[in-house]
Design a protein around this ligand. Structure first.
Ligand code: GTB
Length: 216
């Protein structure tokens, strides 16, 4: 059965592939699985029909027959468990790759999201400008540690895995902030992910949605 995922009808990222459907699209492409996309507006996301799929009224969701999932990490994990290409066969290597999935989402992404959202959430507060270097400092701590661990390796633990997929997507959220560039091996790591054919197919597919919404 062909899975159906949801994505923004018109992504606020302007087609840059920063919304979280991109992670799911990339995982499906790595796994060689065809998929359909249902586009949803911000209004439709908050309707009961969508909340039945996603209790927080967000994208992405994933439906496959009777199964409905939300949370991009859980969806990528589901795809990786059921199809080859995203998790190693060896049990210990698999556990380590899953650890990197959690590290990307639980340890590296939170300070990046906090910095990203600060202007919207608290930009009008008198202490906002003073807080930005603190938030950026927290990002640099994590990037420094990640950079040390990656060293000159291509991927975080042997072959490319779902851990790398999520980590690359999390690091991509730093685009335009000028921070990632301070860590040349991390910049190269992200670029390595972006050159994967599956990444390119996923990127082009989500960009086409934005182009169609803008020209249609
Ligand atoms: N933890 C959830 C997951 O990983 O799936 C988070 C899902 C989530 O934040 N979804 C966002 C959403 O639906 C879209 S991806 N937001 C609508 C809402 O909450 O009402 C987050 C996102 C949005 C926009 C950009 N951008 O413009 O660059 C980047 C990322």
């Amino acid at each position: 059965m062909t899975p159906v995922i949801t994505a923004f009808e018109r992504s606020p990222d302007g087609g840059r592939g920063l919304a979280r459907d991109m992670r799911v699209r990339w995982a499906l492409e790595e796994a060689g699985r065809p998929y359909d996309v249902r586009l949803v507006s911000f209004e439709a996301m908050k309707e009961p029909a969508h909340r039945a799929l996603h209790p927080f009224g967000q994208i992405p969701t994933y439906q496959e027959g009777d199964l409905a999932l939300f949370e991009s990490g859980a969806i990528v994990f589901h795809i990786a468990q059921r199809h080859a290409g995203l998790l190693p066969g060896d049990a210990n290597a698999r556990a380590r790759a899953i650890t990197w999935m959690f590290a990307a989402l639980n340890t590296v992404e939170p300070p990046i999201v906090e910095r990203e959202q600060a202007p919207y959430a608290e930009g009008d507060k008198p202490w906002h400008q003073e807080r930005l270097p603190i938030l950026e400092g927290r990002i640099r701590v994590r990037l420094g540690e990640l950079s040390d661990r990656l060293g000159d390796a291509d991927w975080l633990d042997g072959a490319f895995s779902a851990g790398d997929l999520l980590m690359v997507m999390v690091l991509r959220r730093l685009e335009g902030m000028g921070i990632l560039e301070e860590y040349p091996n991390l910049s190269a790591y992200v670029a390595r992910g972006e050159t994967r054919p599956a990444y390119k197919r996923a990127y082009d597919a989500q960009a086409a949605v934005f182009t169609a919404a803008s020209t249609g």
